[in-house]
Design a protein around this ligand. Structure first.
Ligand SMILES: Cc1ncc(COP(=O)(O)O)c(C=O)c1O
Length: 443
């Protein structure tokens, strides 16, 4: 397994992350356990800052909290001077509970509900990334009721296919997100915004996909956005000043994923964007990026206990662990690939070819197909790397399984940031007996 961030192997053959032995972490916190290498998250944030500074941009760097939303993560993002992208009342609530300054929070989403919009308006967030015509009207009505105004960006679907996995590509024309550029929806939206006096259009947004390793797709999007920017300024004399280029920079899930350092890719994106604006005789606007995966993905490792094994002669060996699609649905959702190791046997040769299966009642509940591991016994610890993004945030209680605990590790110290769900947590919201009110809803 490729070792990320501060991960190391100690003399006794144990995997160590952030100076903490994974064996000790499991003894202390149980399994499954998601371990975040705090130093690696901070290093990634710095890589983005460095690229923006090297390109001499006026910018705000945001964290797409959908990748992993929790109080501790919001606090870390805040300490590092990041802005926060939220897409639901829940993510906004988490940010506010973490005392994140609402003036550095903004809201995304293709179907923000009236309650979500009202909550965000009342919280005083920085701006809304408006996704569609329905939202323009809804937001405007809520602002009327609340007797206030809001800044907005329009989410533009620029027709760029970043050519990653079909299910995680959002920039192409056939997408549920944003105003379509090619068919003129953006112009119609701008015309409507100008009639809605509670809304102030301050900029544009585009997000072209996920797991992108090169600046090329961003360059095409930036050039289309610059064209649009110029057109809107000329046509409507609007003073736009924020261009948000979304997230989407990829990470190294397996040794086969080859990628340049993030700083170089981001620098490339920024220079291409600068070029697109300067070539058209415009000043470069305040730039924003909102990465999720590339800040937290590689920093996360999930630790499981090995349990049962099924060897089918001449076919395959299934090694089951005490978690699966309930804490990591990414293979089941879109065929994501991972690497793993036996964390307490790091010095033993990886000669055992197995497929790692989860414990849920779904044949599709697999974590890794065909991986070489050290020969394991029940009770050994399996570590799956790169599980920091879209794992805990996509976790479920399928089969009434409790969601794992999460710890941050750094300089030999671990801190529990999300407790393991208990069995009682699983029935906490159920209503039975005299508490169960029968409501007759037929007429
Ligand atoms: C609008 C938007 N911004 C940012 C992100 C974060 O993307 P990533 O985690 O790939 O950086 C996403 C991911 O889906 C997104 O849809």
């Amino acid at each position: 397994m490729f070792l990320h961030g501060t991960s190391k192997i100690d003399a006794s053959g144990e995997l160590v992350i952030g100076g903490c032995s994974t064996v000790s972490l499991v003894e202390q916190f149980g399994t499954p356990l998601i371990v975040y290498d705090e130093e690696l998250i901070v290093e990634r944030i710095h890589a983005y800052h460095k690229a923006f500074e090297k390109a001499q941009m006026t910018y705000h760097l945001a964290y797409a909290s959908k990748a992993f939303s929790s109080l501790a993560m919001c606090q870390l993002a805040m300490e590092q001077g990041l802005w926060l992208d939220v897409v639901s009342a829940g993510e906004l609530h988490t940010a506010l509970k973490a005392s994140f300054d609402p003036k550095h929070v903004y809201m995304h989403g293709n179907n923000k509900t009236p309650d979500e919009l009202r909550y965000a308006v009342q919280a005083g967030i920085a701006f809304f990334v408006v996704d569609n015509f329905h939202e323009l009207e809804l937001l405007s009505t809520i602002l009327e009721e609340e007797e206030t105004h809001a800044d907005i960006l329009l989410r533009v679907s620029p027709g760029v296919d970043a050519h990653t996995h079909e299910y995680i590509t959002t920039g192409q024309q056939d997408s549920k997100f944003g105003f379509d550029l090619a068919s003129g929806q953006v112009n119609q939206a701008v015309a409507r915004v100008l009639e809605l006096h509670r809304l102030r259009l301050i900029g544009l947004h585009s997000h072209i996909g996920s797991q992108i390793f090169e600046a090329t797709g961003f360059a095409v999007a930036a050039s289309r956005m610059a064209d649009l920017w110029q057109h809107l300024q000329r046509e409507y004399s609007i003073d736009l000043h924020v261009l948000n280029l979304g997230g989407g920079i990829g990470i190294r899930y397996t040794s086969e994923d080859m990628m340049p350092p993030i700083e170089n890719t981001v620098y490339g994106v920024l220079k291409e964007t600068e070029k697109a604006f300067l070539e058209r005789g415009m000043t470069v606007p305040l730039l924003m990026m909102e990465p999720g995966r590339s800040l937290v993905g590689e920093a996360g490792t999930t630790l499981y206990r090995v349990g049962s094994r099924k060897d089918i002669p001449g076919v395959r060996s299934y090694l089951s662990i005490d978690g699966g699609m309930t804490d990591n649905p990414r293979l089941a959702l879109y065929g994501a690939r991972y690497e793993a190791c036996i964390a307490n046997k790091m010095l033993e040769p990886a000669t055992d070819l197995v497929s790692v299966a989860g414990k849920a009642c779904e044949s599709g509940d697999m974590l890794i197909w065909d991986v070489h591991l050290a020969k394991s016994q029940p009770g050994d610890i399996l570590a799956v790397s790169c599980t920091g993004a879209y794992n805990y945030s996509m976790a479920s209680n399928y089969n009434r399984m409790a969601r794992p605990a999460v710890v941050f590790v750094k300089n030999g110290q671990s801190s529990l940031v999300i407790q393991r769900e208990t069995l009682d947590d699983l029935v906490r919201l159920d209503v039975v007996g005299s508490n169960r009110h029968v409501v007759h809803s037929f007429s």
